[in-house]
Design a protein around this ligand. Structure first.
Ligand code: ZN
Length: 325
Protein backbone atom coordinates (compact mmCIF):
# COMPACT_ATOMS: atom_id res chain seq x y z
CA UNK A 1 0.00 0.00 0.00
CA UNK A 2 1.44 3.45 -0.99
CA UNK A 3 1.97 6.14 1.64
CA UNK A 4 -0.93 8.22 0.22
CA UNK A 5 -3.31 5.28 0.29
CA UNK A 6 -2.28 4.48 3.86
CA UNK A 7 -2.90 8.11 4.93
CA UNK A 8 -6.32 8.07 3.28
CA UNK A 9 -7.16 4.76 4.98
CA UNK A 10 -6.14 6.08 8.41
CA UNK A 11 -8.16 9.29 7.90
CA UNK A 12 -11.21 7.21 6.96
CA UNK A 13 -10.82 5.07 10.10
CA UNK A 14 -10.55 8.18 12.31
CA UNK A 15 -13.59 9.83 10.68
CA UNK A 16 -15.64 6.62 10.98
CA UNK A 17 -14.71 6.30 14.66
CA UNK A 18 -15.74 9.91 15.37
CA UNK A 19 -19.06 9.41 13.53
CA UNK A 20 -19.63 6.23 15.53
CA UNK A 21 -19.02 8.02 18.84
CA UNK A 22 -21.39 10.87 17.86
CA UNK A 23 -24.13 8.45 16.74
CA UNK A 24 -23.76 6.46 19.95
CA UNK A 25 -24.06 9.63 22.05
CA UNK A 26 -27.11 10.74 20.04
CA UNK A 27 -28.75 7.35 20.46
CA UNK A 28 -28.14 7.45 24.22
CA UNK A 29 -29.64 10.95 24.41
CA UNK A 30 -32.70 9.87 22.44
CA UNK A 31 -33.09 6.69 24.46
CA UNK A 32 -32.62 8.53 27.68
CA UNK A 33 -35.40 10.97 26.87
CA UNK A 34 -37.80 8.07 26.48
CA UNK A 35 -38.97 6.14 29.52
CA UNK A 36 -40.61 2.78 28.97
CA UNK A 37 -43.64 1.91 31.08
CA UNK A 38 -44.75 -1.68 31.62
CA UNK A 39 -48.34 -1.82 32.85
CA UNK A 40 -48.78 -4.47 35.56
CA UNK A 41 -52.23 -3.42 36.78
CA UNK A 42 -54.01 -6.45 35.34
CA UNK A 43 -51.69 -8.79 37.25
CA UNK A 44 -50.09 -7.21 40.32
CA UNK A 45 -52.88 -4.62 40.48
CA UNK A 46 -55.75 -7.09 40.65
CA UNK A 47 -54.25 -10.17 42.29
CA UNK A 48 -55.26 -9.15 45.81
CA UNK A 49 -58.64 -7.66 44.85
CA UNK A 50 -61.45 -9.68 46.41
CA UNK A 51 -64.28 -8.42 44.16
CA UNK A 52 -64.42 -10.80 41.19
CA UNK A 53 -63.80 -8.87 37.97
CA UNK A 54 -65.41 -10.25 34.83
CA UNK A 55 -63.07 -11.60 32.19
CA UNK A 56 -64.72 -9.37 29.60
CA UNK A 57 -63.99 -6.30 31.78
CA UNK A 58 -60.33 -7.30 32.08
CA UNK A 59 -60.07 -7.73 28.31
CA UNK A 60 -61.73 -4.35 27.72
CA UNK A 61 -59.28 -2.70 30.15
CA UNK A 62 -56.33 -4.28 28.32
CA UNK A 63 -57.63 -2.95 24.98
CA UNK A 64 -58.16 0.52 26.49
CA UNK A 65 -54.67 0.59 28.02
CA UNK A 66 -53.13 -0.29 24.65
CA UNK A 67 -55.26 2.45 23.10
CA UNK A 68 -53.82 4.83 25.73
CA UNK A 69 -50.31 4.15 24.40
CA UNK A 70 -49.13 1.33 26.70
CA UNK A 71 -46.72 -0.86 24.73
CA UNK A 72 -46.04 -3.64 27.25
CA UNK A 73 -48.47 -5.23 29.70
CA UNK A 74 -48.51 -8.07 32.16
CA UNK A 75 -52.01 -9.34 31.46
CA UNK A 76 -52.37 -12.09 34.07
CA UNK A 77 -50.55 -14.68 36.12
CA UNK A 78 -50.70 -18.44 35.83
CA UNK A 79 -51.05 -19.39 39.46
CA UNK A 80 -53.30 -21.95 41.11
CA UNK A 81 -56.85 -20.52 41.15
CA UNK A 82 -57.22 -21.46 44.82
CA UNK A 83 -54.16 -19.34 45.69
CA UNK A 84 -55.21 -16.31 43.65
CA UNK A 85 -58.90 -16.65 42.64
CA UNK A 86 -58.80 -13.38 40.68
CA UNK A 87 -56.40 -15.00 38.19
CA UNK A 88 -58.52 -18.13 37.62
CA UNK A 89 -59.46 -16.85 34.14
CA UNK A 90 -55.84 -16.45 32.95
CA UNK A 91 -56.37 -18.50 29.77
CA UNK A 92 -59.69 -16.83 28.92
CA UNK A 93 -58.13 -13.37 29.29
CA UNK A 94 -55.16 -14.22 27.06
CA UNK A 95 -57.30 -15.88 24.39
CA UNK A 96 -59.82 -13.02 24.45
CA UNK A 97 -57.33 -10.22 23.75
CA UNK A 98 -57.25 -8.79 20.25
CA UNK A 99 -53.47 -8.68 20.09
CA UNK A 100 -51.87 -5.77 18.28
CA UNK A 101 -48.58 -5.84 16.39
CA UNK A 102 -45.65 -4.51 18.41
CA UNK A 103 -47.34 -4.80 21.81
CA UNK A 104 -45.79 -7.10 24.41
CA UNK A 105 -48.45 -9.12 26.25
CA UNK A 106 -46.82 -11.11 29.03
CA UNK A 107 -47.89 -13.38 31.86
CA UNK A 108 -46.34 -14.19 35.20
CA UNK A 109 -45.48 -17.85 35.68
CA UNK A 110 -44.41 -19.43 38.95
CA UNK A 111 -43.72 -23.00 37.93
CA UNK A 112 -43.47 -25.38 34.98
CA UNK A 113 -47.23 -25.92 34.85
CA UNK A 114 -47.79 -22.18 34.70
CA UNK A 115 -45.23 -21.87 31.93
CA UNK A 116 -47.00 -24.47 29.83
CA UNK A 117 -50.38 -22.85 30.50
CA UNK A 118 -49.02 -19.46 29.34
CA UNK A 119 -47.68 -21.02 26.16
CA UNK A 120 -50.94 -22.86 25.43
CA UNK A 121 -52.85 -19.60 26.01
CA UNK A 122 -50.85 -18.02 23.19
CA UNK A 123 -48.45 -15.82 25.17
CA UNK A 124 -44.93 -15.51 23.82
CA UNK A 125 -43.48 -13.47 26.69
CA UNK A 126 -43.24 -14.79 30.23
CA UNK A 127 -42.14 -13.17 33.47
CA UNK A 128 -40.65 -15.35 36.17
CA UNK A 129 -38.97 -14.33 39.37
CA UNK A 130 -37.16 -15.44 42.48
CA UNK A 131 -37.34 -13.86 45.89
CA UNK A 132 -34.11 -12.56 47.41
CA UNK A 133 -35.65 -13.36 50.79
CA UNK A 134 -35.48 -17.01 51.77
CA UNK A 135 -38.35 -16.45 54.17
CA UNK A 136 -40.58 -14.81 51.52
CA UNK A 137 -39.65 -17.52 49.02
CA UNK A 138 -40.88 -20.21 51.43
CA UNK A 139 -44.20 -18.39 51.91
CA UNK A 140 -44.72 -17.31 48.30
CA UNK A 141 -43.38 -20.29 46.37
CA UNK A 142 -43.16 -22.91 49.12
CA UNK A 143 -39.48 -23.34 48.31
CA UNK A 144 -36.18 -22.26 49.84
CA UNK A 145 -34.13 -19.83 47.78
CA UNK A 146 -31.74 -22.64 46.79
CA UNK A 147 -34.59 -24.90 45.60
CA UNK A 148 -36.20 -22.00 43.77
CA UNK A 149 -32.94 -21.25 41.92
CA UNK A 150 -32.73 -24.83 40.59
CA UNK A 151 -36.36 -24.79 39.48
CA UNK A 152 -35.83 -21.41 37.85
CA UNK A 153 -33.00 -22.69 35.63
CA UNK A 154 -35.20 -25.56 34.42
CA UNK A 155 -38.02 -23.13 33.65
CA UNK A 156 -35.80 -20.79 31.62
CA UNK A 157 -34.55 -23.81 29.65
CA UNK A 158 -38.10 -24.93 28.95
CA UNK A 159 -39.19 -21.40 27.97
CA UNK A 160 -36.28 -21.25 25.53
CA UNK A 161 -37.33 -24.58 23.98
CA UNK A 162 -40.84 -23.19 23.52
CA UNK A 163 -39.43 -20.05 21.88
CA UNK A 164 -40.64 -17.70 24.62
CA UNK A 165 -38.87 -14.53 25.69
CA UNK A 166 -38.07 -14.48 29.39
CA UNK A 167 -38.11 -11.55 31.75
CA UNK A 168 -36.43 -12.66 34.96
CA UNK A 169 -37.02 -10.89 38.21
CA UNK A 170 -35.78 -10.60 41.76
CA UNK A 171 -38.54 -10.02 44.29
CA UNK A 172 -37.86 -8.28 47.60
CA UNK A 173 -34.58 -7.02 46.11
CA UNK A 174 -34.53 -4.06 48.47
CA UNK A 175 -35.51 -5.81 51.66
CA UNK A 176 -38.02 -7.98 53.45
CA UNK A 177 -39.48 -7.70 56.93
CA UNK A 178 -37.26 -10.43 58.33
CA UNK A 179 -34.14 -8.53 57.23
CA UNK A 180 -32.70 -11.55 55.44
CA UNK A 181 -31.90 -9.74 52.16
CA UNK A 182 -28.44 -8.35 51.41
CA UNK A 183 -27.09 -6.70 48.27
CA UNK A 184 -24.71 -9.65 47.94
CA UNK A 185 -27.63 -12.12 47.77
CA UNK A 186 -29.37 -9.99 45.13
CA UNK A 187 -26.22 -9.73 43.01
CA UNK A 188 -25.69 -13.50 43.22
CA UNK A 189 -29.26 -14.14 42.00
CA UNK A 190 -28.85 -11.58 39.21
CA UNK A 191 -25.59 -13.25 38.09
CA UNK A 192 -27.16 -16.70 38.02
CA UNK A 193 -30.19 -15.38 36.10
CA UNK A 194 -28.00 -13.59 33.55
CA UNK A 195 -25.96 -16.78 33.07
CA UNK A 196 -29.15 -18.53 31.96
CA UNK A 197 -29.50 -16.17 28.98
CA UNK A 198 -32.59 -14.22 30.00
CA UNK A 199 -33.97 -11.40 27.80
CA UNK A 200 -34.51 -8.76 30.49
CA UNK A 201 -34.20 -8.39 34.23
CA UNK A 202 -36.59 -6.80 36.72
CA UNK A 203 -35.65 -5.77 40.23
CA UNK A 204 -38.69 -5.59 42.46
CA UNK A 205 -39.14 -3.60 45.63
CA UNK A 206 -42.05 -5.89 46.52
CA UNK A 207 -42.35 -4.56 50.06
CA UNK A 208 -41.94 -0.88 49.18
CA UNK A 209 -39.01 -0.54 51.57
CA UNK A 210 -36.45 0.94 49.17
CA UNK A 211 -35.22 4.50 49.51
CA UNK A 212 -33.62 6.58 46.71
CA UNK A 213 -30.07 6.18 48.02
CA UNK A 214 -30.48 2.41 48.22
CA UNK A 215 -31.85 2.36 44.66
CA UNK A 216 -28.76 4.18 43.40
CA UNK A 217 -26.34 1.94 45.31
CA UNK A 218 -28.02 -1.21 44.00
CA UNK A 219 -28.23 -0.03 40.38
CA UNK A 220 -24.57 1.06 40.39
CA UNK A 221 -23.61 -2.39 41.71
CA UNK A 222 -25.67 -4.17 39.03
CA UNK A 223 -24.51 -2.07 36.08
CA UNK A 224 -21.18 -3.89 35.50
CA UNK A 225 -22.96 -7.27 35.58
CA UNK A 226 -25.91 -6.55 33.39
CA UNK A 227 -24.28 -5.13 30.24
CA UNK A 228 -26.86 -4.53 27.51
CA UNK A 229 -29.63 -6.63 29.11
CA UNK A 230 -32.62 -4.32 29.67
CA UNK A 231 -33.22 -3.55 33.36
CA UNK A 232 -36.70 -2.84 34.73
CA UNK A 233 -37.54 -1.49 38.16
CA UNK A 234 -40.75 -2.63 39.88
CA UNK A 235 -41.69 -0.31 42.74
CA UNK A 236 -44.37 -0.30 45.41
CA UNK A 237 -45.40 2.89 47.15
CA UNK A 238 -45.92 1.44 50.64
CA UNK A 239 -43.94 4.19 52.37
CA UNK A 240 -44.56 6.95 49.83
CA UNK A 241 -41.08 6.70 48.30
CA UNK A 242 -42.14 5.25 44.96
CA UNK A 243 -41.74 8.30 42.72
CA UNK A 244 -38.60 9.48 44.53
CA UNK A 245 -37.19 6.05 43.73
CA UNK A 246 -38.13 6.47 40.06
CA UNK A 247 -36.14 9.72 39.89
CA UNK A 248 -33.16 8.14 41.66
CA UNK A 249 -33.25 5.22 39.21
CA UNK A 250 -33.41 7.51 36.16
CA UNK A 251 -30.41 9.43 37.48
CA UNK A 252 -28.58 6.11 37.60
CA UNK A 253 -29.51 5.32 33.98
CA UNK A 254 -32.59 3.10 34.44
CA UNK A 255 -35.28 3.88 31.85
CA UNK A 256 -37.87 1.11 32.35
CA UNK A 257 -40.49 0.90 35.09
CA UNK A 258 -43.44 -1.29 36.03
CA UNK A 259 -46.51 0.72 37.02
CA UNK A 260 -50.17 -0.12 37.69
CA UNK A 261 -53.13 2.00 36.67
CA UNK A 262 -54.75 3.64 39.68
CA UNK A 263 -51.85 2.52 41.88
CA UNK A 264 -53.41 -0.86 42.63
CA UNK A 265 -51.36 -3.85 43.69
CA UNK A 266 -49.57 -5.89 46.28
CA UNK A 267 -48.28 -9.39 46.88
CA UNK A 268 -50.68 -11.82 48.58
CA UNK A 269 -47.84 -12.95 50.82
CA UNK A 270 -46.73 -9.46 51.85
CA UNK A 271 -49.92 -8.16 53.48
CA UNK A 272 -48.22 -4.97 54.68
CA UNK A 273 -47.18 -3.92 51.15
CA UNK A 274 -49.38 -1.40 49.41
CA UNK A 275 -49.94 -0.68 45.73
CA UNK A 276 -47.57 -0.30 42.84
CA UNK A 277 -46.57 3.17 41.75
CA UNK A 278 -49.55 4.45 39.76
CA UNK A 279 -49.20 4.62 35.99
CA UNK A 280 -50.92 8.02 35.82
CA UNK A 281 -48.84 9.52 38.67
CA UNK A 282 -45.56 8.23 37.26
CA UNK A 283 -46.29 9.28 33.68
CA UNK A 284 -47.50 12.70 34.84
CA UNK A 285 -44.25 13.28 36.73
CA UNK A 286 -42.14 12.06 33.81
CA UNK A 287 -43.93 14.28 31.30
CA UNK A 288 -43.59 17.29 33.62
CA UNK A 289 -39.86 16.56 33.84
CA UNK A 290 -39.53 16.49 30.05
CA UNK A 291 -39.42 12.72 29.47
CA UNK A 292 -41.53 10.99 26.86
CA UNK A 293 -43.60 7.86 27.41
CA UNK A 294 -46.08 7.89 24.53
CA UNK A 295 -48.90 7.42 27.06
CA UNK A 296 -52.13 9.42 27.25
CA UNK A 297 -52.73 9.81 31.01
CA UNK A 298 -56.37 10.84 30.62
CA UNK A 299 -57.12 7.57 28.82
CA UNK A 300 -55.37 5.51 31.53
CA UNK A 301 -57.28 7.45 34.20
CA UNK A 302 -60.52 6.49 32.48
CA UNK A 303 -59.58 2.81 32.92
CA UNK A 304 -58.88 3.44 36.62
CA UNK A 305 -62.27 5.09 37.06
CA UNK A 306 -63.94 2.10 35.39
CA UNK A 307 -62.18 -0.21 37.85
CA UNK A 308 -63.18 2.05 40.75
CA UNK A 309 -66.82 1.67 39.70
CA UNK A 310 -66.48 -2.12 39.40
CA UNK A 311 -64.90 -2.65 42.82
CA UNK A 312 -66.85 0.16 44.48
CA UNK A 313 -63.92 1.85 46.18
CA UNK A 314 -61.30 4.50 45.58
CA UNK A 315 -57.95 3.41 44.19
CA UNK A 316 -54.69 4.62 45.78
CA UNK A 317 -53.50 6.66 42.74
CA UNK A 318 -53.71 10.45 42.83
CA UNK A 319 -53.69 11.71 39.24
CA UNK A 320 -56.63 9.59 38.07
CA UNK A 321 -58.80 11.31 40.68
CA UNK A 322 -57.58 14.80 39.73
CA UNK A 323 -58.17 14.08 36.04
CA UNK A 324 -61.71 12.89 36.80
CA UNK A 325 -62.79 16.16 38.43
ZN1 ZN B 1 -45.33 -6.08 42.86
Amino acid sequence: MSENALNLYLKCVIIMTIIDIILDAMERRILFKTIEIIEVGLRDGLQREKTPIATSDKITMIHQLVDAGIRALQVTSFVHPKTVPQMADAEAVCLGIEKKEGIIYSGLVLNMKGLERAYDAGLRHVDMSLSASDSHSRKNANQSLREALDGFAAMVKKARELGLSVRAGVQCAFGYYEADVTQEIVLDIVKSQLDLGIDSLALADSTGMANPRQIKTMLHAIKPLIGETPLILHLHDTRGMGLANVVAAIETGCTRFDTAFGGMGGCNFIPEALGNIATEDTVNMLHDMGYETGIDIAKVAQVSRTLQTIIGQELPGKMYQLLGQ
